[in-house]
Design a protein around this ligand. Structure first.
Ligand SMILES: C[S@@+](CC[C@H](N)C(=O)[O-])C[C@H]1O[C@@H](n2cnc3c(N)ncnc32)[C@H](O)[C@@H]1O
Length: 224
């Protein structure tokens, strides 16, 4: 990120639960205004087949979870999140959607996914790594890799530094008023993908109402 080093963050599940208890009620509005364009583009790029087994890590209020469920009527969808308050909203959303896709939502930590090796065709993760320590990215990506089938696809969206000057206001906000952004900050993860067993297929930067996001699409490398 050139002159803008990635800001330091600590891993604290208690703090995360506390923060998302506070913001759960308006998170959908925040998402609509800043993250939705990138999240939708990420799903478009992922092009999930209707019978796929998909895991979403950090479902939040279920914005993407509901959209993924609609894409895989003959598949199976699993979702996890650390925050019971966000999960409660995700459950209500999917129950009200009338969608028939078999699914399960559970409280769990991305560091230790409660799934067997090679369970999923696709793994989706939006706006979670940007809350977590940069030094943990290799561990987290390895855990994503573990639960994917060989050749399985990974789609990630995050707060990025952006390509335009105007995007930088978000970096400064993350630096000087982290609480306003629930501690998320611009990150880059592409460098950590190969060592975690992924091949980068696509990278894209998107700016919505000046808020910068990066999408990465990757594939789990097949063992030789
Ligand atoms: C910024 S929200 C994004 C929610 C959703 N992915 C979206 O795009 O609307 C971040 C979410 O990550 C969850 N989270 C943070 N750290 C986590 C962890 N270690 N394991 C699982 N979920 C985590 C939070 O509880 C919160 O719901």
């Amino acid at each position: 990120m050139g002159e803008y080093p990635v800001l330091r963050r600590d891993y604290s599940p208690q703090q995360t639960r506390k923060q998302y208890r506070r913001v759960a009620w308006f998170y959908d509005w925040w998402g609509k205004l800043t993250e939705q364009v990138a999240s939708d583009r990420m799903l478009e790029l992922l092009a999930i087949a209707p019978g796929s087994h998909v895991l979403e890590v950090a479902v939040g209020t279920g914005r993407l979870f509901e959209k993924i469920a609609a894409l895989i009527p003959t598949g199976h969808l699993e979702g996890i999140d650390l925050s019971p308050d966000m999960l409660r909203r995700a459950r209500a959303r999917i129950e009200q959607s009338g969608l028939v896709t078999p699914y399960r939502l559970q409280e769990a930590d991305a560091y230790q996914l409660p799934f067997q090796d090679g369970s999923f065709d696709c793994l989706v993760n939006a706006y979670m790594l940007d809350l977590l320590p940069l030094e943990d990215f290799p561990l987290l990506l390895q855990e994503f890799n573990r639960v994917l089938k060989p050749g399985g696809k990974l789609a990630i969206a995050n707060f990025s530094s952006g390509e335009k000057k105007i995007n930088r206001i978000w970096y400064w906000l993350a630096r000087f008023a982290p609480g306003l952004l629930t501690n998320c900050r611009p990150v880059q993860l592409e460098a950590a993908l190969p060592a975690a067993g992924f091949e980068l297929l696509h990278h894209e930067e998107i700016s919505q109402n000046t808020f910068p996001s990066a999408i990465a699409l990757a594939r789990k490398v097949q063992p030789d």
